[in-house]
Design a protein around this ligand. Structure first.
Ligand code: MN3
Length: 246
């Protein structure tokens, strides 16, 4: 049994084996049907949370985590699977692969993959780049720290830039630190739009949909953003940065 962290980001389809890709989330191939051929559609599953629902307390409350992971993220997974019914070739791809070729997908499923595939990918990243006491908070070190410093002048400068993007996102969306080519950038998008659609690789990011904070913070998004820095898992962020080629 792999550790929870190793297991994270892998997705197991019924009858399939866990597959861990460098970019995380993929639908494992189910056993081919007798006679071979197409794999079953609907292989995306909710990745387990790599910590307890209460682990991010007091910064992110247990009830929010239960609903956010168990209901909201599950719904993105379910609707992604539903959209891919009848598209077994696409259902066997990784969600990152689907997002990367969004503009070539059949027009009738493009919006659903953008919304629900984006939601699945964004949240799968989000759970991994947070952690509770002893894991979350502090500052990065190593190559990621150097890159942040050279891009934003200082860690505080970076925090200000990301927080501004998070606060400036009108309505629902995300603010990310991403790798665009070999450059770190701040990227903010509406709804569940993923930077991966443009070939930009998310490193760490904050969900600013109200469902991410409303129970505890109500309309006080700024308080949630401030608290979120206490749960950022910089070790995981550094790992993502390395895998992204940073
Ligand atoms: Mn969310």
């Amino acid at each position: 049994m792999p550790s929870r962290r190793e297991f994270l980001g892998s997705v197991v389809a019924a009858g399939g084996a866990a597959v861990v890709g460098s970019w995380g989330v993929r639908a494992a191939r189910a056993e081919p049907p007798p006679g071979g051929g197409a794999t079953a559609a609907g292989g995306f599953t909710l990745p387990p949370l790599p910590y307890d629902y209460a682990a991010l307390e007091p910064h992110i409350d247990e009830q929010t985590m239960r609903i956010h992971h168990g209901k909201h993220h599950q719904t993105y997974v379910d609707k992604l699977n539903e959209a891919l019914k009848g598209h077994a070739d696409l259902a066997s791809m990784t969600v990152e692969g689907l997002l990367a070729k969004l503009d070539t997908l059949p027009t009738e499923i493009r919006a659903a993959v953008n919304n629900h595939g984006g939601g699945h990918s964004n949240h799968s990243i989000f759970w991994t780049i947070m952690g509770g006491a002893g894991v979350g908070g502090g500052e990065p070190d190593g190559d990621l720290a150097s890159a942040i410093k050279s891009t934003f002048a200082s860690f505080d400068g970076f925090k200000d830039s990301l927080a501004k993007a998070a606060m400036g996102r009108f309505g629902s969306g995300w603010a990310w630190l991403c790798l665009d080519g070999d450059k770190l950038v701040i990227d903010s998008r509406a709804n569940q739009d993923s930077p991966l659609v443009d070939g930009i690789k998310p490193i760490v990011g904050i969900d600013v949909w109200e469902h991410a904070y409303y129970l505890k913070y109500q309309n006080r998004r700024a308080d949630y953003v401030t608290a979120w820095w206490n749960v950022v898992n910089w070790k995981e962020a550094a790992s993502r940065f390395g895998k992204a080629g940073g």
